[in-house]
Design a protein around this ligand. Sequence first.
Ligand code: KIV
Ligand code: ZN
Length: 386
Amino acid sequence: MKKIYVFDTTLRDGEQVPGAKLNLIEKVQIAKQLEKLNVDFMEVGFPSSSQGDFEAVKTIAKEVKNVAITGLGRAVKEDIDIIYDSLKDAENPLIHIVLGSSNIHMSKKFKKSPEQILQMGVDAVKYAKKYMPQVQYSLEDASRSDFEYIWQTIEGVVNAGATIVNVPDTVGFALPETFGEVIYKINDRLMNLNPEVLLSVHCHNDTGLGTANTLAAVRNGANKVECTINGIGERAGNTSLEEVVMGIQLHPDYYNGYTDINTKQIYETSRMVSGIMGLDVQVNKAITGENAFAHSSGIHQDGLLKSKDVYEIFEPETIGAPPMEIILTARSGKHAFEYVSKALGYKIPEEQLMPLHKKFLAMADEKKEIYYNDIINLLDKENVTK
Ligand code: KIV
Ligand code: ZN
């Protein structure tokens, strides 16, 4: 089984969400929680972009010691110098350089030839290597780039000393099958070039495929994933950390891998990021949504009360979430009604269960939404003892 490294970019790509800008104290609070979650890398800013980002990277590099810390910059000396300054106090620092590799980026954004861009990338990695051993190179917009050019770039930057190569689907354009094939081909060649180099992916969620593309890449040889908590990030967001981690944990043989994430901290981290950034988690969000463990269908409730695994693929406690919730509706059977009554402290005598359930159904039909207080009122009115 291979280790899949988890790189969290909530505090860099995630923080690019409009309205989610954090102050230093908030950033440090989230960084400490990410340390508890046991991510392998955390990217905490773009130090050359502003003094605030520089200070954040510098402070987190000083205060968080058990995780590799990185800051992002362009493939230019000035950015690399500033990243180095911000990471001086880190125990395990990594310089992260990004440069476009698609024709669209090279011709329209940089107005440079592919050869010039490749040289810039190689020079930047060589320059960064003078500062520290760990350098990551990201081929921005890789999923819309020519495959042979991607490989030429990877070959160039690895020979220059890059220890991680990152293949981003910057605009969420990729499809799982084809992205998986690209990663397979890169991995195949990288194994011959330098098997020590980590092969990373960074997917965006513009068509809702961030998690699927990331997992397809893992299945095809990627051993590092970049993600954010709750999938926050530019536009439709980044790949969600909790979805990828649980996907791997639920199917370790399929992915032939594992992560070192402390899954019990997932729920707490999700709620903290949501609260501090002021970004609600959608109620039906996979893994961490409010309804992820809420069951309202009568048939499902009946099955769950017989055995939880009938309708739960993992227990909420696995991610540190509150236990499953039975939502009572007019479709709830007598076992679900009895289960909730018991949880509220009532002991319904056997002969009273059927008539009380009937009364509950009449109330549910009338009210539509049933709260636990409604059950308490009904049971008290009917003199059911605690
Ligand atoms: O989306 C992207 O390409 C990025 C890179 C910096 C990895 O965020
Ligand atoms: Zn990104």
